[in-house]
Design a protein around this ligand. Sequence first.
Ligand code: IMP
Ligand code: MG
Length: 184
Amino acid sequence: MGIAPLISDYAVDGILIAEPDIHSRVKEIGNQITQDYQGKELVIIGVLTGAVTFLADLIRNIDLPLELDFVAISSYGAATSTSGEVRFLKDLNHPVEGKHVLVAEDIIDTGLTLRFLLETIHARQPASVECCVLLDKPTRRIIEVPVKYKGFEIEDCFVVGYGLDMAGRYRNLPYIGIVECSQE
Ligand code: IMP
Ligand code: MG
């Protein structure tokens, strides 16, 4: 029983970040956010669908009153064209004007998704906007995006688990698993 048999699934080639390591890092980030947002009206925006696992653990490590909201974004970025077209599939439910916004995302890769989101949120005049990502692939960046809270920097590997998917699967793995790494 349990999750272990999935590691032998054809797509997952090994564990990159084990469950206890994720949890201790998420706890550290939660503590940092708790310190940084004392006395502020905090809204955390989760990017569907990949960020839900990270977000669920993160908010339970933040000891502050906060609100949650979600966006869904479709990106035709690096994978299918060079246009980097990004658009909303689902916008925020509530206005963020005057609030301190923290965007939580599973991974920053090219940066196109987060850049689009930050620009859109900025235009709505929040008190502040920062980003929090579990994973960062810095070598893949096309557009620079300021990321205040970061879980782990990783190599140019395609990873799954803890919310991250490949063709919709593997989000339920409790660890970050490697599918494939770039040969460079
Ligand atoms: P960006 O716009 O290129 O920064 O892309 C970020 C999005 O690409 C993330 O929200 C993920 O949905 C997806 N993504 C990037 N790298 C991976 C990966 O290694 N595994 C799964 N999804 C990924
Ligand atoms: Mg995503």
